[in-house]
Design a protein around this ligand. Sequence first.
Ligand code: KMH
Ligand code: ZN
Length: 280
Amino acid sequence: GQGIVAPEALLITVAPTGAETSKADFPQLPTTLDELVQTAQECEAAGAAMIHVHIRDDEHRPTLDLVRLTDTVQALRESTDLVVQLSTGGSVHDPLDSRLKVLDAAPDSCSLTMGTTNFGDDVFSNPWPFVCELYQLSQERQVVPEFELFDLGHVAALHRLLDRYGLPYGGSVHCDLVMGVPGGMPGTADALVSAVGVLPDQVTSWSATGIGRTTLPVALAALSKGGHLRVGMEDVLSVRQGEPVGSNRQLVARAVAMGEIAQKRPMTTTEARTLLGLAR
Ligand code: KMH
Ligand code: ZN
């Protein structure tokens, strides 16, 4: 009969830190392990189900130090039920071999960017042989990749990767459209619709995030196209013009509110594991 349809579940991923913003410029940025754990707990309580992690050293500089990464994965597992995704993107200065070693920290998931992109005044380097090596390593180590798509060419590369090497560990294919990076695809509804329209058939879920002022147009377009959301201080530092983000929890809460308007409820961590093909 007629009635209220149960809301669909919305995966909210929080990317609380990133590698680009300095602690000096933005003291609210979680850079220590304690701050990260507290942020993770707050964001889980607010409705996030996955965390995309970049870590910092004692001077708050981005690092891919393996001991720290391993400790971070363990601390997040002990203090939350979030799906733990480590960034293999690191910062634009990290060498490719350190980025491959991230998988030694045995996260649930890892980011895997599908091609090189201009990144502001820098270059975020992801040569095809590196993409293939990282992908095969993720299959071997049983880590679920999240394919980061900064450009339409990255979507073409994902077709090529899946055709050549088959499905990821777990059998699900989850992508994240990273839009509005200066040098990547624009953070607009038109670009999102174009990219989503040509995703490989194997894709089982996708999220989107818009950098900076593109965050809201991208989130609204993603919701209307049936996508999931990534939010956090890695991607945006203002909630509106002139108002700095106070906490990652605030951005997760806003994503939950947008989802509610779209009649979607935040996905639980257990549902997220099922979605991503993570046995646990
Ligand atoms: N920090 C950027 C250069 C990822 O985490 O995989 C790359 C990045 C993507 O943030
Ligand atoms: Zn990242």
